[in-house]
Design a protein around this ligand. Structure first.
Ligand code: SF4
Ligand code: SF4
Length: 187
């Protein structure tokens, strides 16, 4: 009898489920089954993971000085800038996302280092983000990463070959490469 009672203790009792509408109960499959300890813990773990990645998504841009990038919901309306972008950048949203997650290579590949921050794309942004400011901050961070040796040399060479650095940055990048080569020669 005691065993039977203990067994039933962990079973879902339909009568205890909350009433959603008169005569209709809302069954809580994931919160009311104490005999599924592992599944329940996996659910908690998954929720923790989702919560942590969302927090990271917000914390990273705030910490790096790009909080506005959080508000871009990647609608891609800014792609309509097209030939109004003097640097021939077609994927402004890509630059915004790369700046948000701190992906320097993605920023370079999407043409971010050619942007002259003219602001022509701003009128196409449905939430009027300050795109020149975001792209400027992205450019600074890419240059800092290059000069700190955090962007692989092969990628810098590729970007130079493909013309992905605008005039404004070429001298600085080449100067850094010269310094790096001189350091290697001295070693
Ligand atoms: S701000 Fe940059 S991406 Fe936008 S239109 Fe001007 S050059 Fe192109
Ligand atoms: S239009 Fe604005 S919100 Fe939409 S993807 Fe472009 S930058 Fe983001």
């Amino acid at each position: 009898m005691a065993d039977e009672k203990k067994k039933n203790l962990h079973k879902r009792d339909d009568a205890t489920q909350p009433i959603a509408l008169p005569g209709v109960r809302r069954f809580q499959f994931f919160s009311n089954l104490r005999d599924r300890a592992l599944t329940k813990n996996l659910n908690r773990l998954a929720m923790l993971g989702i919560g942590a990645s969302l927090a990271l998504d917000v914390a990273k841009p705030v910490a790096t000085g790009d909080p506005q990038t959080i508000f871009c919901y990647e609608c891609r309306a800014c792609y309509a800038t097209q030939d109004k972008c003097p640097a021939a950048i077609s994927f402004q949203a890509e630059l915004n996302v790369a700046a948000r997650v701190g992906d320097h290579w993605r920023f370079i590949k999407a043409g971010g280092m050619k942007c002259i921050r003219c602001g022509s794309c701003v009128s196409f942004c449905v939430i009027n983000l300050d795109l020149p400011r975001i792209f400027s901050r992205g450019q600074q961070r890419v240059m800092e990463a290059i000069e700190a040796g955090r962007v692989p040399r092969a990628r810098i060479d590729e970007a130079l070959r493909k013309g992905w650095f605008g005039r404004e940055f070429i001298d600085r990048v080449v100067a850094w490469l010269d310094r790096a080569d001189a350091d290697v020669g001295r070693a």
